[in-house]
Design a binder for this molecule. Structure first.
Ligand SMILES: [Fe+2]
Ligand SMILES: [Fe+2]
Length: 201
């Protein structure tokens, strides 16, 4: 019998596309002339998202795909490309935001990621949708469980850099989450979230 998480999970391919959009959105926020604290937060937010995403693909998506398409050339070069991105991320962290090559090193990471994402979105995701149809939701649920474990390993880093990279979106999400939590915990009695009763002004 399928678990509730599996029945309600989006397919793994949709989750991968969403992760890609999140990383590309962080890339677009980077400007060489921005204050250094902001550049560092954007870079760290993109790097953490990439590291978690690559680990999830290495552990869950690629093994599933290699069962049904063991000879696929794009799949074969995907893990080495993840390792190359990890190497570039290591260089960025080692040099720090004050280094004169920081901007060009981040541009290198952007180029590597764009190339890799294009291959996944044009070859691997359509392949998975053809060959793994009945498993996509189960794989999506596995990805969610593992993602929660990985996020719990460094919660403060994730929250801090996400808020500094996407301040407006974070404020909206935090507001909605706080309102939803208040409603759940207090049965709608929290100020500002309370449902209107009939006849009340
Ligand atoms: Fe990947
Ligand atoms: Fe990916």
């Amino acid at each position: 019998m399928k678990s509730f998480l599996t029945m309600t999970s989006p397919p793994i391919t949709a989750m991968i596309r969403l992760d890609h959009s999140h990383v590309l959105a962080a890339f677009r926020r980077y400007h060489p002339n921005s204050p250094k604290w902001r550049k560092r937060s954007i870079v760290e937010s993109a790097c953490i998202a990439l590291e978690i995403h690559a680990q999830l693909e290495d552990e869950i998506f690629y093994p599933a795909l290699s069962r049904v398409a063991p000879d696929n050339d794009v799949l074969h070069k995907s893990e080495p490309e993840h390792n190359q991105m990890r190497e570039t991320i290591r260089s960025l962290r080692n040099m720090g935001v004050n280094h004169p090559d920081y901007d060009s090193c981040f541009m290198q990471l952007i180029r590597e990621t764009l190339h890799h994402v294009a291959d996944e979105e044009t070859v691997l995701l359509p392949l998975a949708e053809r060959q793994l149809q009945s498993e996509l939701q189960t794989l999506g649920a596995s990805m969610t469980r593992r993602r929660i474990e990985l996020l719990c390993e460094r919660p403060m880093q994730v929250v801090t850099h996400t808020v500094l990279t996407f301040p407006l979106a974070s404020a909206v999400v935090a507001g909605v989450a706080a309102c939803a939590m208040g409603h759940l915990l207090c049965g709608g009695r929290v100020s500002g979230c309370a449902p209107r009763t009939a006849g009340r002004r």
